[in-house]
Design a binder for this molecule. Structure first.
Ligand code: 13P
Ligand code: SF4
Length: 363
């Protein structure tokens, strides 16, 4: 019988750390631990590979390990399951590590949107559905089935370029900000992007608005990145005018417009790493990552600051803790798989199609 999580929740972090190290040693190459950049330090330090969503998807696809323990959120472990071989096992240490933004779109409300759009125009002929990787596997399956594709914050532009080669319009879900920021940077004017409010009949749009739109943006957002405001940039720059602003594209249009650089978590890290010494950075992304950047680069004289005055941590990423890691790893050592993420084969097949289209067009 597998050991229960309850006993592990009473352990302190140091105890968990030595258990994790021992389990890793015992599992050897049968185990790979993938860690997203938003993971807390006590977890992040155990990752064999770290990265943004695209980099970790590629890592999962190329891994030979029997067990892929994903220190990230649910959709990431699903992608690892979809892209790995059938006999490999994808594990999420805490099943409650979801993504609130991903949950803003589901198969029911996306299918309803597709149906309502089809009453206005020929959706199959005219619209490429694009789902941000921050979405459930069945939405990736929907995109696979309807000639659509997945994107990440790294490849959104390449994906939209591909999408417009297929059909004249895009339905982009669930993050309106990534869709709008990317569309605008490609030259799509704001008036050609409309917001689909999934709580309203026909998205709250008129038939004329839908016909005129180039990109239909789902009304989803990330509550972590929503905390960043353009005034925070103005206030900071009044004090330190030399500051470079760098933001994740899940931040609002106004914040991204005031930013010198916009890109994925991996891009943010690389940009600051490659910058000259004695530079100052104001960063709009999750707090664990910004704190890590601050520590890593302070010795080079680079000052890295968090954009918001309030704490903006991703509470679901934070659910992955040393206790859950020790629990899943010790169970693996004892031959028990706990918290496996397993996408049904029919969903996985269509989702894989949309993901492989993405991997083909990614830089
Ligand atoms: P990245 O792919 O840029 O790491 O972003 C993932 C995410 O969830 C950001 O909130
Ligand atoms: Fe989801 Fe936002 Fe957390 Fe990223 S930071 S995983 S988009 S809730």
């Amino acid at each position: 019988m597998s050991a229960a999580i309850q006993a592990y929740t009473l352990l302190d972090d140091d105890d968990c750390e030595s258990r994790i190290l021992r389990a890793r040693e015992a599992l050897g190459e049968r185990l790979v631990i993938l860690g997203h950049h938003y993971q807390r330090d006590e977890v992040f330090k155990h990752a064999d590979f770290t990265g943004d969503s695209l980099k970790l998807s590629r890592q999962a696809a190329s891994s030979n390990a029997d067990y892929i323990v994903f220190c990230g959120v649910h959709f990431m472990a699903e992608v690892a399951d979809i892209l790995s071989r059938p006999e490999q096992v994808s594990i999420l240490p805490d099943m409650s590590a979801g993504c609130a933004m991903a949950d803003m779109a589901n198969l029911q409300n996306v299918e309803r949107a597709w149906q309502e759009l089809s009453e206005v125009l020929d959706a199959e002929e005219m619209i490429t559905p694009v789902t941000y990787i921050n979405s459930a596997a069945d939405l990736k399956g929907f995109c696979g089935e309807h000639g659509g594709i997945v994107c990440t914050s790294t490849n959104a532009r390449h994906v939209l370029e591909w999408s417009f080669k297929q059909k004249e319009k895009v339905l982009f879900f669930p993050d309106q900000h990534l869709g709008r920021n990317t569309g605008y940077a490609m030259g799509v004017p704001l008036h050609e992007m409309v917001v689909w409010d999934y709580d309203k009949p026909r998205g709250g749009l008129s038939a004329a608005q839908i016909k005129k739109a180039k990109i239909i943006l789902w009304k989803g957002f990330c509550s972590v990145h929503q905390m960043f405001q353009p005034e925070q940039i103005d206030n900071f720059k009044r004090k330190y005018p030399e500051t470079k602003i760098i933001s994740h594209p899940e931040s609002s249009f106004e914040v991204c417009q005031k930013s010198d650089y916009v890109g994925s978590t991996e891009y943010i890290i690389n940009t600051i790493a490659e910058a000259e010494a004695d530079t100052r950075w104001l960063v709009a992304t999750e707090l664990n990552l910004v704190n890590r950047l601050h520590e890593k680069f302070k010795h080079e004289g680079k000052n890295v600051h968090f954009m918001s005055p309030s704490v903006c941590m991703c509470s679901t990423m934070f659910r992955i803790d040393p206790q859950h890691m020790a629990w899943v790893l010790e169970n693996l050592v004892d031959g028990h798989v706990v918290n496996q993420i397993s996408v049904p084969a029919d969903v996985a097949e269509q989702a894989r199609l949309a993901l492989s289209r993405m991997l083909d067009v990614s830089p």
